[in-house]
Write a protein that binds this ligand. Sequence first.
Ligand SMILES: *Cc1c(COP(=O)(O)O)cnc(C)c1O
Length: 375
Amino acid sequence: MPDTADSQSRARAAKPLPKPGIMDIHAYVPGKAQADGVANPVKLSANENILGSSPKAIEAFAGAAHELQMYPDSRTTILRNAIAERFRLEPERLIFGCGSDEVFALLNQTFLEPGDNIVQGEYAFAAFAIGAHACQALVKNAREPGYRIDVDEILKVVDERTRLVFLANPGNPTGTWIPFSEVLRLHAELPPSVVLVLDGAYSEFATDPAFQDGLDFARGTDNVVVTHTFSKLHGLAALRVGWGYAPAEIAAAVDRIRLPFNTSIAGQRAAVAALADEAFQARSIAHVEQWRSWLTQQLGGLGLEVVGPSATNFLLVGFPKTGRTAAAADDFLSARGLLTRRVLNYGLPDHLRITIGLEEHNRAMIDALAEFMKA
Ligand SMILES: *Cc1c(COP(=O)(O)O)cnc(C)c1O
């Protein structure tokens, strides 16, 4: 450990001081779940599954109620085997975490020394950078012209201290995606020492044939990690289960530092049941596809800019910079019980991110925004 001037001054401090950089981190801002004076608002601020969860997953969760005294299986074996079988993957190459957020954090901890960096798009999901900063690494943002990842912009900012490139495809909060041919081009141009993390949190909602989550490609590489989550399509955000498919050496390295019991018994069992419930998955995807195009059309008809096309279960909507602003729209919608997500922390003060709701939510959203735009 370097005995820097800074570490000496921390040793002499009158109280414990966090290591440099920690207090500069912007803590993650979750989507709001409440509005003042509104009973039972509709939460369209966190991209949760509006259809709920698979009934089979709920049943599996309930079945774990009488084993709360037990530690879970540290290897997450039942889910490991179910995922390996479903996607034809090698079980030992799977990493599990308390949500895919923990998988990102573990990858950062495994690869980043102070002064190293990660590269991401300028509107990248906040969890990547928080984990990197916690390792005293730097975060280099690549421009996203048109709110879309641009491979050349990413390659421009990669340097000799880059250890990881994070790419959510489709992205959050943009909702946009890039074809797999572009992911392959990025991989081909990256130094082999750089880990390419493909975050597929919304990949099941990306139904264009030019989209791929990268699992098949990752199989034959030494430096690609593909992550998935049970929080979005499967509607199990409360249970915190995410996973990654990594080269064997990376999985073995991560396994040395993870918390021993980072998935729960209820989470493991509910995830196994959810994975098997293809009917619930298909219904969820069909619902999103139907209302995504309707909402896109309606919002456009109100004169609002819809970023896209969205390949996710949400839309990023641009508002005028003055007058009918995103901030005013957010307040207006909140007062009517429709909770959306402001995205200031992503450098997007003039946009709202809106999760696709049930039919009645979507219609109420359009009615409310029509009224707002006229006001
Ligand atoms: C929601 C989301 C995740 C998943 O987070 P979990 O920790 O698995 O709940 C990952 N990446 C992106 C871009 C997301 O929006």
